[in-house]
Design a protein around this ligand. Structure first.
Ligand SMILES: Nc1ncnc2c1ncn2[C@@H]1O[C@H](COP(=O)(O)OP(=O)(O)OP(=O)(O)O)[C@@H](O)[C@H]1O
Length: 342
């Protein structure tokens, strides 16, 4: 099936420190990503804090311009468009943000917030009123919510307002950036169910950015695992959970609470090695090598510190590890089964 979104060698660097040190240093927040997203799927982007998930999401939506590489959405190269042409090209791509409080203007009525994309597109007042009522109904708030201000609503309800706004332009793709992390667990389940229902109803495609693997397991059809600005493993969700091939993914899955099971022993060296290295100072060779339990088990092969592994296509399951074929055999304990959150 043709890809709705094609990302090629996408890179985003931030220059920091120039003000103080004269010469800036580069943070390579997104460091060479290739991804295709197919209509109707949910591609989850997972990884530790600071690995570049949000920067990737914002760059796909062109809220952040890439340093290099391309983003093609529905056949149009967004990275080549000037700001005034972007608005049209991007109408079918919307974002839902982490913090519903920060993303809603407190002075605007819910109706005005939800229909803002339609106002920009030149829709009449009557049409916007009608559409707001429909959208608020669809997200479970009811049409009467339109006359009130965001402060009248709870966190979960505000996220529903954000979802209604994202739906207003009848998008094909919605980028959900940690849409649950500001919400209570019981509310999270309701929003997950709403997102799943909306996907079925409107044939939506999601990019779902999250560090919560239990939620990802429920939502995702495919998963891209990010580490220090790049994708280190890409697979169908079921395959990735059943048989991760990158040592980092093994460690990441081990961090998911298990139902009474022991924490996977591969995780210990990862935890002991502390935070990931800084994107200001990428390790040579494989960027995961300083924390890699498999490298240690294999007797420190030279290639891990000298050559950067690339994602190699092995049918649908790809892992950027020189020894991806050996990961399962060397994982010390059976891989844990993640607890179902809902
Ligand atoms: N505007 C910016 N200026 C400088 N550095 C930035 C900027 N935005 C992000 N970074 C850096 O880029 C890297 C990736 O950040 P990003 O927020 O994309 O990661 P993340 O995986 O979304 O993290 P989290 O899960 O904590 O939101 C981090 O090192 C971050 O400090």
């Amino acid at each position: 099936m043709a890809a709705l979104l094609k990302i090629r060698d996408l890179r985003v660097s931030f220059s920091i420190g120039a003000k103080f040190f004269g010469r800036g240093r580069n943070v390579r927040a997104v460091d060479g990503i290739d991804l295709d997203v197919t209509a109707g799927e949910t591609l989850a982007i997972v990884g530790e804090s600071g690995c570049g998930k949000t920067t990737l999401g914002r760059t796909i939506a062109m809220l952040q311009r890439p340093s290099s590489g391309s983003v093609e959405f529905m056949g149009v190269r967004l990275d080549r468009l000037r700001s005034k042409d972007l608005r049209n090209a991007r109408r079918s791509m919307q974002m839902i943000f982490q913090d519903p409080n920060a993303s809603l203007d407190p002075r605007q009525s819910v109706e005005a917030i939800v229909t803002e994309p339609l106002l920009i597109a030149g829709a009449s007042t009557a049409l916007r009123k009608q559409r707001a009522a429909e959208l608020l109904d669809v997200v479970g708030l009811g049409a009467e919510a339109g006359m009130r201000l965001p402060r009248a609503f709870s966190g979960g309800q505000r996220q529903r307002i954000g979802i209604a706004r994202a739906l207003a332009a009848s998008p094909k793709l919605i980028i959900c950036d940690e849409p649950l992390s500001a919400l209570d667990v019981s509310i999270q389940a309701q929003i997950v169910n709403l997102l799943i229902e909306l996907q079925r109803r409107f044939g939506l495609t999601y990019i779902f950015i999250s560090h919560d693997l239990a939620v990802v397991r429920q939502m995702a059809s495919r998963i891209a695992v990010m580490y220090l600005g790049t994708v280190v493993e890409l697979a169908d969700a079921e395959r990735l959970f059943a048989a991760p091939r990158h040592p980092y993914t093994v460690a990441l899955l081990s961090a998911v609470p298990t139902l009474g099971g022991p924490v996977h022993s591969a995780m210990e060296p990862l935890l002991a090695s502390g935070d990931p290295p800084s994107p200001l100072n990428m390790p040579r060779g494989c960027r995961f090598h300083p924390r890699c339990w498999l490298r240690k088990k294999l007797g420190d092969p030279a290639i891990c510190t000298s050559q950067e592994p690339r994602l190699v296509a092995t049918d649908t399951h790809q892992a950027a590890c020189h020894f991806a074929d050996e990961t399962a055999a060397h994982a010390a304990a059976p891989l844990p089964v993640a607890a179902e959150a809902f």
